[in-house]
Structure formats: structure tokens, C-alpha cells
Design a protein around this ligand. Structure first.
Ligand code: ZN
Ligand code: ZN
Ligand code: ZN
Length: 373
């Protein structure tokens, strides 16, 4: 896929328009998903300041350490036709940003900082622009980032296919007598082999560890008859992320487990079925929760039903009670209800969905039935 489809040059103007509409004087975007979304530039997050300065009116410019200039010039940011402003080791780049912003538009009242800007940088900006109120750039960029373009949806499908290919290999890695860590190493290798550029997380929760939703890996030895929760994901070279959970059982599963796994499967299906434009995020959460609560497992579903996904594994919109945001075509998020019985075992089923014109499209297609290995 061409980066010009995934990171179109028109984004800069769209972000500038949104900045003006939100009543901000400028966005200050340091390396991270906000900068990559607007420019395509996957800059290294370093203590030296790299920052896209996007004023509500006037020309955007990229402040960049001189030693990073060649990398910036070879990045997709070079297509944007913006000025690159290199700074030398003894310069104060924060003062330079403040001076240029002041020159362009008089006083600077409100600036939007990249959501993932480091505190050391946001505090330097506070000192350099003492009169400016600092807000999150996400308040401006969220509406753009939530509505995935066709190219972004294609990138999420590609990520989904890659993680599905890893899940297809998991039965070959799992057997009684191996530790979670040994299985996790095989999975991490497979995540890279399937085309991801980084492994973001590998959760192998065997037996009672499966009852801790974000348990990662331990030296616990997997026992016969144990359910194992496998939740894995990574980032593709495109920048877009994968995230999918399936449950495996090493040998015949415990009777109580089979009972609630069936409930969980129905709950996940109900939430996926609820997805369509205009339906609120909290209604999707409720669709899963009602099925689980009706069967008496409500107290064991201890997290929200899902999270948005794109350039970050967790981003807006969150599929959670209280979020009345209506879904719209292009919204991408996980549907991942879980049931966790402390001290015993747990289960979660997770697919990434994209809201379409009239429903939801899953990008993960591995069977959702309990896989006995
Ligand atoms: Zn999670
Ligand atoms: Zn997950
Ligand atoms: Zn997830």
C-alpha cells in the first residue's frame, strides 16, 4: 500500500481546519501516533525536540534536531511542502517555537499538545509559552482519527490477517509441560514472521492466570486440562495495530468452564451484532454485558467491552458504559468481553471490528469456539 493513500497530504489541512474550529491557536505534535497520523512521519521519540507546529492560521513547520534532518527529509513528511527548521545542539528549540508562533499570530492563547508528549517537553513548552493554556491535541484530532479511511481499514484488515495467522499456529505451540514464557517466545517470533514490525504484547494466561485479564507471561508450567487465554498483538509496518484473543484448552476442559465459555461466545456475538452506525458505544458494551449478567456471571466481567484501535492499540472510541458517542462508518474497535473466575480460570474472546454503512465488519476470522489442543 502506498503511504500516500494511508497518510494523505490532505490530512495537514484537515487537522489545521479542526484546530481552528476548536478555537486553538496551534497544535504541537512531538513523535508518536498524532504526529504520524498527520504527517506519516514515524519519528524517534527522543529527548531532543522534534515537533510539528501547526498553527490554526498560517504555515506549518517541523522543528527538528539537525542530526534528525536527513531522516525527516526521507520521511513522508517531506511530501507536505512544509518548512523544516533544524536546530543545533546549543540552540533552545522551545524558544524558537515560541518566537515563530508569536511572530505569526501575535499572542498564543491555547495550544494542543500531542497526547503522548513527554512531561519534560510539555513543561518546557509551558515555560516557553507562559501565557498559553495547554490542552490535549486529541480533543482536536480524535474525530479525524476515529473515522478510518478506506486505506486505514485496509491496513487494519491486513493487521487482522497477520494476527489470525499467528493464532492458527498457537495450537502447535501449546502443550502441557511447557511454560507460558516458552509458548510466549514462540508466539512473539510468529508475530514478527507474520509481517508485524513490532510485538506489542503477548498474553498467555494458563489456568488461574487466565482470570487476570492483563497477565502477560510467567514461568508457570501449563497443566493438562487447563484453559489458556492467548491475547496477542503487534504493529504492522503501516503503523496500524492488531489485537485478538482466543482461548485454547490443553486437553479436555473443566465442566464449569465449558458452561461459561458458551455464555461468553453468545455475549461476544451479541455485541458484534449490535454494531451499526448510530448505535452508541455504551449500547455495544451493554449488548455483551446483558447476556453475561443474565446467566449470573455479571460480577466476573470486570472490564469494558472494547477499545478503539488504529495507530495505537488502545485509542478512542472506548466501548464502555457512559460513552454515548454514536458509532459511525469507519470507527474501528475491539469487542472483547471476558469472564474471570478468580483462583480458577478465565476466558475472553476478542475481534477487531470496523463499523460499516449498515453493520460491523470483523477483521479477525479465526474460529471462536474453544480450541482443544
Ligand atoms: Zn486489554
Ligand atoms: Zn487484546
Ligand atoms: Zn484489546
Amino acid at each position: 500500500m502506498e503511504s500516500s493513500d494511508l497518510y494523505p497530504v490532505t490530512r495537514l489541512a484537515a487537522a489545521q481546519e479542526a484546530t481552528a474550529a476548536a478555537g486553538l491557536d496551534a497544535l504541537l505534535l512531538t513523535p508518536g501516533p498524532d504526529l504520524r497520523y498527520v504527517t506519516g512521519y514515524e519519528a524517534l521519540p527522543l529527548e531532543r525536540l522534534t515537533c510539528l507546529v501547526l498553527p490554526a492560521e498560517g504555515e506549518a513547520f517541523l522543528v527538528v534536531p539537525r542530526l534528525e534532518l536527513p531522516a525527516a527529509e526521507h520521511s513522508p513528511a517531506s511530501r507536505l511542502g512544509i518548512e523544516f527548521v533544524p536546530w543545533d545542539e546549543t540552540d533552545d528549540p522551545y524558544a524558537a517555537v515560541a518566537a515563530r508562533l508569536g511572530r505569526a499570530g501575535g499572542s498564543v492563547g491555547r495550544v494542543g499538545l500531542a497526547d503522548r508528549m513527554w512531561a519534560m517537553q510539555s513543561l518546557r513548552f509551558r515555560a516557553a509559552l507562559p501565557g498559553a493554556e495547554q490542552v490535549l491535541a486529541g480533543t482536536v484530532l480524535r474525530d479525524l482519527r476515529m473515522r478510518k479511511s478506506q486505506a486505514e481499514v485496509a491496513a487494519l484488515r491486513e493487521a487482522g490477517a497477520a494476527i489470525d495467522a499467528v493464532h492458527a499456529q498457537v495450537p502447535g505451540f501449546l502443550r502441557a509441560g511447557r511454560t507460558e514464557r516458552e509458548v510466549g517466545r514462540d508466539i512473539a517470533d510468529a508475530i514478527i514472521a507474520a509481517g508485524h514490525s513490532t510485538v506489542d504484547f503477548v498474553i498467555v494466561g494458563s489456568g488461574h492466570n487466565g482470570a487476570s485479564p492483563h497477565h502477560e507471561l510467567s514461568d508457570r508450567i501449563i497443566q493438562p486440562g487447563e484453559p489458556v487465554v492467548v491475547d496477542i498483538g503487534g504493529q504492522m509496518p503501516s503503523g496500524y495495530c492488531s489485537d485478538s484473543t482466543r482461548v485454547y484448552c490443553v486437553g479436555e476442559p473443566p465442566a464449569g468452564f465449558v458452561k461459561y465459555y458458551e455464555v461468553l461466545q453468545r455475549a461476544q456475538e451479541a455485541a458484534c451484532e449490535a454494531v451499526r452506525p448510530g448505535v452508541s458505544c455504551e449500547a455495544v458494551d451493554a449488548a455483551a454485558r446483558e447476556v453475561i449478567a443474565a446467566e449470573g456471571y455479571g460480577d466476573y466481567f470486570i472490564h469494558r467491552t472494547g477499545h478503539g484501535i488504529g495507530l495505537e492499540t488502545h485509542e478512542e472510541p472506548y466501548i464502555v458504559a457512559g460513552n454515548t458517542e454514536p458509532l459511525a462508518p469507519g470507527f474501528a474497535f475491539s469487542v472483547e468481553p471476558g469472564i474471570y473466575l478468580p483462583g480458577a480460570h478465565g476466558a475472553r474472546i476478542e475481534d477487531i471490528l470496523v463499523c460499516t454503512e449498515d453493520g460491523g465488519e470483523r477483521v479477525n476470522h479465526r474460529p471462536r469456539e474453544l480450541v482443544v489442543v
